[in-house]
Design a protein around this ligand. Structure first.
Ligand code: SF4
Length: 457
């Protein structure tokens, strides 16, 4: 019982988080930055922050993650880090020669009041930013928000590169939000099948799920190119997948370059994928090909085959708001019963949305934004569940309460391969169902007495 000290009785807490269900803003900014081709993320703060952000991403994606740091020491901490950042810009372009630097702040540099946009302007004015090279920046103080808001801020910063030539490129911008590299591949595959030209940004496929070729590439082949980011201002529309991760960037493009946008849910499960496919079809004025209808039909078939096992099973889930909203809808649609729902990211809109999705359920759902794993555990102690869905930190609760557990979300630190298998789209829905049923039936096998231990389930 590693969490033996978690009490069943729930006390009101307003100024104490125990086992947060989130991590720090710059991790999200760094993940987003890796989705630009030829980009070196840069952490404007101390080396320790940068090491933590890189190692968290490496532990999840099992790939090397390169990033620069302004290496604050006592002097920079007191007088500001402008000199460090100017030196870093020079060193990075001289030694590593990326196409673009995507810099983010940290708690320390924000507290001092460093302004990366002003430092970038100074670098440009002094000719420190080489011709044909770029720098974007995001303010990501980690005493507010979460890795999700950091991701969103860096994606929004990418829209600073957008240009409007006055000639439409005929493409649809798709902002996928924080999903796995394989999910980004899947979104591109579906878009291509429908016959819609698209610019997906950020795009970490080919960066954090690349092949082992024997040759080290500081800047892998994948990622959205700067030319594509520039072209987003000429696109016919933007589809933002997720209010928390992607909507700000889409609205910025709408405001600055009059690219109309729609904010959709992340395409997890049947209904959200239907809405995504329908939005693509409508915006590009095309029809849905039979191959996609076939994939949808397969998902519907599997849902009906597995329904007897899912019906009325209680679920606890924790994760990032965009993912959890779509997953809750998916679980409700297959007649499972989401009961305890937590995100560590702040935002009352999350609670409202979950309540809307679960409004027709015949019981009250526990839901909390800016919640923590401690509260989730207490809820489960008070009302046990049949399934727990969330990141690797859930394994402590799953073990103590003996709950079947499916790893899903970020970070997954104790399993491998997730970056290669999509969970978005109809194909991703098949994988989610298979994973969920697998743990439910493993439990059934384990708990069945000898006389009712069945070969065929
Ligand atoms: S100091 Fe702030 S930015 Fe740095 S690792 Fe800690 S929470 Fe993250």
């Amino acid at each position: 019982m590693l969490l033996r000290h978690t009490p069943k009785e729930i006390s009101e807490r307003s100024a104490l988080t125990i086992n947060p269900a989130k991590t720090c803003q710059p991790i999200g900014a760094m993940y987003a930055a890796l989705g630009i081709h030829g980009c070196l993320p840069h952490s404007h703060g101390s080396q320790g922050c940068c090491a933590y952000h890189r190692s968290t991403l490496t532990r999840h994606y099992k790939e090397p993650v390169s990033a620069g740091t302004s290496s604050f020491t006592e002097g920079a901490s007191v007088f500001g880090g402008q000199a460090n950042m100017m030196q870093a810009i020079n060193n990075i372009f001289t030694v590593y020669n990326p196409v673009i630097i995507a810099a983010h702040t940290t708690c320390l540099s924000e507290t001092i009041g460093d302004d990366l946009k002003q430092i970038r302007k100074k670098a440009m004015d002094e000719g420190k930013l080489p011709e044909g090279k770029y720098m974007i920046s995001a303010a990501t103080p980690s005493y507010v928000g979460s890795h999700v808001t950091g991701f969103s801020s860096m994606v929004k910063a990418m829209t600073d590169l957008a240009e409007k030539t006055g000639k439409k490129n005929g493409k649809v911008n798709i902002i996928p939000g924080w999903v796995e590299p394989a999910d980004m591949e899947e979104i591109k595959r579906l878009t291509k099948m429908i016959g819609v030209g698209s610019i997906l940004f950020p795009d970490t496929s080919g960066v954090l799920n690349g092949p082992l070729s024997g040759e080290y590439k500081m800047f892998p082949d994948g990622g959205t190119t700067v030319a594509e980011l520039k072209s987003t201002g000429d696109s016919i529309a933007t589809l933002a997948l997720g209010e928390w991760c992607s909507a700000d960037a889409a609205r910025a493009l709408d405001k600055t370059h009059k690219v109309p946008c729609q904010v959709l849910d992340m395409p997890f499960g049947l209904k959200a994928t239907d809405r995504f496919i329908d939005a693509l079809r409508t915006v590009a004025g095309v029809s849905v090909p039979d191959e996609i209808a076939l994939e949808r039909g397969q998902l519907v078939d599997l849902i009906s085959d597995m329904h007897q096992y899912f019906y009325q099973k209680k679920v606890a889930l924790v994760g990032d708001p965009d993912q959890v909203i779509a997953m809750t809808e998916f679980l409700v649609s297959i007649d499972m019963c989401p009961k305890h729902i937590i995100t560590g990211t702040p935002g009352k809109k999350f609670e409202k949305r979950i309540k809307e999705i679960t409004a027709d359920l015949p019981y009250e759902v526990n839901v909390k934004a800016k919640g923590d794993m401690f509260l989730l555990h207490q809820w489960i102690k008070n009302e046990p569940v049949d399934l727990l869905l969330g990141n690797s930190y859930c394994k402590y609760i799953a073990r103590d309460e003996d709950v079947p557990f499916v790893r899903w979300g970020f970070p997954i630190l104790d399993r491998q391969g997730h970056q290669y298998f999509p969970t978005v789209g109809y194909k991703g829905g098949l994988r989610l169902l298979e994973k969920i049923l697998g743990v439910l039936l493993d439990r059934k096998d384990r708990d069945s007495p000898e006389e009712s231990f069945e070969l065929v389930l």
